[in-house]
Design a protein around this ligand. Structure first.
Ligand SMILES: [Zn+2]
Ligand SMILES: [Zn+2]
Length: 296
């Protein structure tokens, strides 16, 4: 064997050893693969549940990537919350904490705009519900209030009304309503505390607003209803169903969100954990801790 051939054989031998070495190394799990262990399977839907009456298709990650959707870009990447109505001190505190949560959840700057007055609603879009409280037409909030005032740096504007909402004459009420292409949505705080927010029902109402807010904004970023696991993106027909769904987005929904917003997943998770802990939201805090445990 000439010296050149010998060197070639030796190089080939070493490269084969290295290839063998690397292929024996376990590929490190992605963040989403790691936390998928904590996704909780959905139970069979019962009569009255969203999935019982709505047969929706699964939106796979590839479907999400192909869809036309809002992506935050520099100069158009702020989430605005627009209160409409008169809010007392405790309600203002609920909105401010929701702002803090939405900022952490989406890892995007989130601002509360100065509240607008209920006088913006003409008589034609108001009605008295069967239960006796005044309601306003949800689509009017989107088309005639939010679209007209959408700041140019806004990725999303989410209205929060003091008044209960209805979507059309034959429906009793609606929790949230959104136009996904336009990036505007609205939710009402009215039903979340059965019309009366106090210190004793504050956390229950806050978690509902956090869930509905992140769910609706998640839709506006192109995420369809989740059929993958118990998840904040599950469709819901009632407050009981909203309460049964966790605030945590499942691994698939987080993967979709992260592919549009590109944040640091571990930083987000730590911030969520600290937020939940600060407010003594024990269920949410322990779920975040369980995800963190898988990353250490
Ligand atoms: Zn939805
Ligand atoms: Zn999900």
């Amino acid at each position: 064997m000439s010296r050149g051939k010998y060197n070639f054989a030796l190089a080939f031998f070493y490269s084969a050893v290295w290839t063998l070495f690397f292929s024996c190394q376990k590929r490190e799990k992605t963040y989403f693969e790691a936390i998928a262990v904590n996704d909780v399977k959905l139970s069979e839907p019962k009569s009255g549940n969203w999935r019982y009456s709505h047969k929706e298709n699964v939106q796979q990650f590839e479907d999400f990537q192909k869809s036309k959707r809002i992506k935050p870009v520099p100069g158009k990447n702020i989430i605005y919350l627009q209160p409409i109505g008169s809010f007392n001190e405790i309600q203002q505190k609920e909105i401010e904490l929701t702002r803090e949560y939405i900022r952490i959840y989406f890892q995007l700057e989130t601002k509360v705009l100065p509240a607008l007055s209920n006088t913006l609603f003409p008589k034609t879009v108001r009605r008295i519900s069967r239960e006796g409280q005044e309601q306003v037409l949800a689509s009017y909030v989107l088309d005639s209030i939010l679209m007209k005032r959408k700041p140019k740096e806004a990725a999303i504007v989410m209205g929060i009304t003091e008044k209960d909402l209805f979507p059309r004459p034959d429906w009793n009420y609606v929790f949230g309503f959104a136009s996904y292409e336009k990036g505007v949505g609205v939710t009402s705080i009215y039903r979340l505390a059965e019309g009366h927010l106090t210190a004793s029902n504050f956390n229950e109402s806050l978690v509902r607003l956090m869930k509905i807010g992140s769910h609706e904004i998640g839709h506006m970023f192109g995420i369809s209803h989740c059929l993958n696991a118990n998840c904040v993106m599950n469709g819901t027909n009632s407050l009981t169903e909203t309460d049964d769904h966790v605030a945590r987005a499942c691994s698939l929904c987080q993967m979709k969100l992260n592919s549009s917003i590109h944040y640091d997943n571990k930083k987000r998770l730590l911030e969520l954990k600290n937020f939940f802990e600060k407010l003594h939201l024990n269920t949410e805090s322990s779920l975040a801790q369980q995800d963190l445990n898988l990353l250490q």
